[in-house]
Ligand binder design. Structure first.
Ligand SMILES: NC(=O)c1ccc[n+]([C@@H]2O[C@H](COP(=O)([O-])OP(=O)(O)OC[C@H]3O[C@@H](n4cnc5c(N)ncnc54)[C@H](O)[C@@H]3O)[C@@H](O)[C@H]2O)c1
Length: 370
């Protein structure tokens, strides 16, 4: 692999190869993705379109994307406008659903502000998308069933942040752990609205017998996560590609397991199609668990090899006083449930994922700073 195009091709092949059954189930159905202009939308959308184009013998998956484009319309998405079986619509999920909404049998609700830097700036909007926006969609789904229309699956994007800062004996963290979360801290708008969102999903599923499932993503990274997003890897990539030293705003001690986005996307479609109703699934990788400092070191190492990068890691204090408040020290999932129920088996290793990401960032080094 030499450039972003090679990476995207390899990733789309990988995703479609691992979703043979799931995409066959979605074939001929109408799928709605909210928040599709974001990071995870990048491959959620492109994988469906790629599957459609490479399976002309099967009924296409008819995809509609709602997004309020609060952080701009990315070029990759506008360039897809006009593709067969793709409808792009500007819609804010905190508003009532459009009156002419189509009959969607599958829904993925990802719309919210997801980057800590941004959700702390817009906490109310973040909560509204995860609670009010979710409610509109659940009511719609329930009504579809009442009208005798097909309801195949509904996926709510929760987060590993619902576990907060787990106590030592709850790391690695299984779905059964109840969490250690502040309800008033600077991250609470995100964590608590996801928790309430999960409660809504469980109760809609049970009370109205609906196929609603929840995914709890653990630190995804890779193509689609724009370089201006202010999460760790894009920040490091931006420094590298500008020829600057990598700046760290912490001691880099907190640890995470990082899940390459192609593996995560496979997991999400599996939860949507095969997940048990009213249940939540951790989607991530068990290892390696590495510190943010080690992540930076790996970026330096691979960038030196790929781009002859000459920089080093430097430490600075963030001007943002709340930058690290309630930032969990360790984050690492147990994924036995997804392995067992969904045959979810993430296979792209950490080094390979970082390499693919850096190749992608090289060709996607400019993005709207929003
Ligand atoms: N990426 C991860 O590692 C990760 C981890 C945990 C949870 N998640 C969850 O997965 C989902 C997708 O995450 P992402 O990383 O792609 O986020 P993202 O910020 O890249 O994309 C979110 C998208 O939602 C849109 N949006 C925000 N508010 C909206 C509103 N009111 N109406 C319509 N659109 C709105 C934004 O414009 C953006 O395009 C989110 O629900 C997020 O909380 C992601």
């Amino acid at each position: 692999m030499k450039n972003a195009q090679d990476v995207i091709q390899a990733d789309l092949d990988y995703i479609c190869d691992h979703l043979v059954d799931e995409f066959s189930v979605l074939s001929g159905n109408k799928l709605l993705i909210t928040g599709g202009a974001g990071f995870l939308g990048y491959y959620l959308i492109q994988a469906v379109l790629y599957w459609n184009s490479s399976h002309s013998d099967k009924a296409p998956i008819d995809l509609t994307v709602y997004d309020n484009y609060s952080r701009g319309i990315p070029d990759w998405l506008s360039s897809l406008d006009g593709t067969n079986n793709l409808t792009l619509r500007r819609h804010d999920v905190t508003d009532p659903l459009p009156e002419d909404i189509s009959d969607f049998s599958y829904i993925i609700h990802g719309a919210t502000i997801a980057s800590p830097m941004y959700y702390r700036k817009f906490p109310i909007e973040t909560m509204d998308a995860n609670v009010g926006g979710l409610r509109f969609l659940l009511e719609y789904f329930k009504q579809q069933k009442e009208e005798g229309k097909p309801v195949g699956g509904f996926l709510f994007y929760s987060t590993s942040e619902i576990y907060g800062d787990p106590s030592a004996e709850n790391i690695p963290t299984p779905e059964t752990y109840r969490g250690n979360v502040s309800c008033t801290g600077p991250r609470a708008c995100y964590d608590e609205s996801k928790r309430y969102g999960e409660t809504l999903c469980v109760n809609f599923s049970q009370q109205y017998d609906l196929p609603i499932k929840t995914a709890r993503p653990f630190n995804n990274y890779g193509p689609g996560l724009k370089i201006t997003d202010r999460r760790a890897l894009p920040d490091f990539a931006r420094d590298v590609l500008a020829g600057n030293d990598i700046v760290m705003y912490s001691d880099g001690a907190p640890t995470r397991t990082f899940c390459y986005v192609a593996d995560a996307i496979v997991g999400y479609y599996k939860v949507l199609v095969k997940g048990n109703n009213g249940e939540a699934y951790n989607i991530g990788v068990e290892g390696p668990e590495i510190s943010i400092k080690e992540l930076a070191e790996k970026v330096v190492e691979i960038s030196t090899e790929l781009f002859n990068y000459q920089g080093k890691i430097v430490f600075e204090v963030s001007e943002d006083k709340e930058y690290l408040v309630d930032n969990p020290n360790r984050r690492c999932p147990v994924i036995d449930k997804a392995r067992h129920d969904l045959q979810y088996n993430p296979g792209i290793g950490f080094e390979e994922g970082i390499r693919r990401s850096l190749l992608w960032y090289k060709d996607n080094a400019i993005a709207e700073d929003a």
